[in-house]
Ligand binder design. Structure first.
Ligand code: NAX
Length: 328
């Protein structure tokens, strides 16, 4: 067995956290030969439900779990971690507008960025799940000046998996046969799920799904609003699938998945004409050992360019609305 790696999870007593920590403990995050130390982070109010989660982790008798701790102290929770999954966020309260939610979360992620900067392991990778995920990643990174912006990733893997699922259903194939589906931009209703480069069973998806109207009027809005569809049916927001996507993201970054294109929101470098300084989802290739690179120079048609610009615009507006919380 490999010596323990440290993983922190914020919001560990929440519904995503609950699903997530069990799967991390069972070895699905970092591999079945990797010992794990889990640092669970919650608010003061979350400490009591978190103690129940701790009991269940103990009762799971997970052989790979060498240590579990619970804290509301960020420097303690992020101390020497290899990976952090930032799931906890402020929920939208009654009468709260989007900009209030944005500000409340920017404050949380500014504090977490500072603590990560002081305490996290030097090569750590940070996955932001809590919403608004892209802008929270920006705020955390800006508050962690000693870390590379590339160490912060906002999760759009759930959107990609949702899109793949809908394509597989439409083409009547198993989901494993669908690849190169791309999510561009924000994890929000402006995201652009793109099938221009997708393949089904190795063939160009658009030669199999030839109905462009289905793609534009059905597929794209359905992926954009899939979260709301789950809430309507379940009476609660996506949790197990979100936990699953978080596991997939970190596992692929840690162990590599070089043959796949995986959507991740990462700091823009000007590729595809997207403004610098926002966390914008692009296709990436995970080379393993915590390295990833963006897929560059894909041809972009006029429709795609329009969709990619719309979600870029929203991310710039989000950044502007939290600018007062960004240092410098
Ligand atoms: P819950 O409300 O069930 O759990 C959130 C937990 O975080 C609570 O236990 C709360 O006490 C804790 N928390 C709040 N502020 C904290 C802080 N400052 N430090 C530590 N813990 C804190 O929400 P859940 O359904 O688990 O969702 C968590 C977040 O994921 C939300 O922001 C949600 O919008 C977001 N999502 C993101 C997705 C993505 O694809 N990026 C998809 C699923 C999900 O909607």
């Amino acid at each position: 067995l490999l010596p323990p790696l440290k993983v922190a999870v914020t919001g560990a007593a929440g519904q995503i956290g609950y699903a997530l920590v069990m799967r991390i403990a069972s070895g699905e995050l970092l591999g079945k030969d990797q010992l794990i130390e889990l640092n669970l982070i919650e608010t003061e109010a979350g400490m009591s439900p978190l103690s129940g989660v701790m009991m269940e982790l103990e009762d799971g008798a997970f052989p790979l779990l060498s240590k579990v701790s619970a804290t509301s102290n960020l420097n303690e929770g992020f101390g020497d971690i290899d990976y952090a999954l930032l799931v906890g966020a402020s929920p939208r309260g009654p009468g709260m507008e989007r900009k209030d939610l944005m500000a409340a979360n920017a404050k949380i992620f500014a504090e977490q960025g500072k603590a990560l900067n002081e305490s996290a392991g030097i090569n750590s990778k940070i996955l932001v799940v809590g919403n608004p995920a892209n802008t929270n990643a920006l705020v955390a990174s800006e508050n962690a000046p000693d870390m590379w912006p590339e160490q912060f990733i906002a999760m759009t893997r759930l959107d990609q998996s949702r899109a793949k699922g809908l394509v597989a259903e439409k083409a009547n194939v198993p989901v494993k046969d669908v690849d190169r589906v791309i999510i561009w931009g924000n994890h929000s209703a402006t995201q652009y799920p793109d099938l221009s480069h997708a393949r089904i069973g190795g063939k160009w998806a658009k030669s199999i799904i030839t109905d462009d109207k289905w793609i534009r009027n059905d597929f794209i809005p359905r992926v954009q609003k899939r979260g709301a569809e789950v809430i309507d049916a379940r009476g609660a927001s996506s949790a197990a699938s979100a936990a699953s996507a978080a596991i997939d993201t970190i596992r692929d970054i840690h162990l590599g998945s070089p043959e796949q294109w995986l959507s991740n929101a990462i700091p823009s470098d000007g590729s595809y004409g997207i403004a610098d300084g926002i966390w914008y989802s692009v296709p990436t290739v995970c080379e393993g050992d915590s390295h990833y690179r963006r897929v560059k120079n894909l041809p972009i048609d006029e429709y795609s360019a329009k969709m990619m610009n719309a979600t870029e615009k929203e991310l710039i507006e989000e950044r502007d609305s939290v600018r007062h919380l960004l240092p410098g």
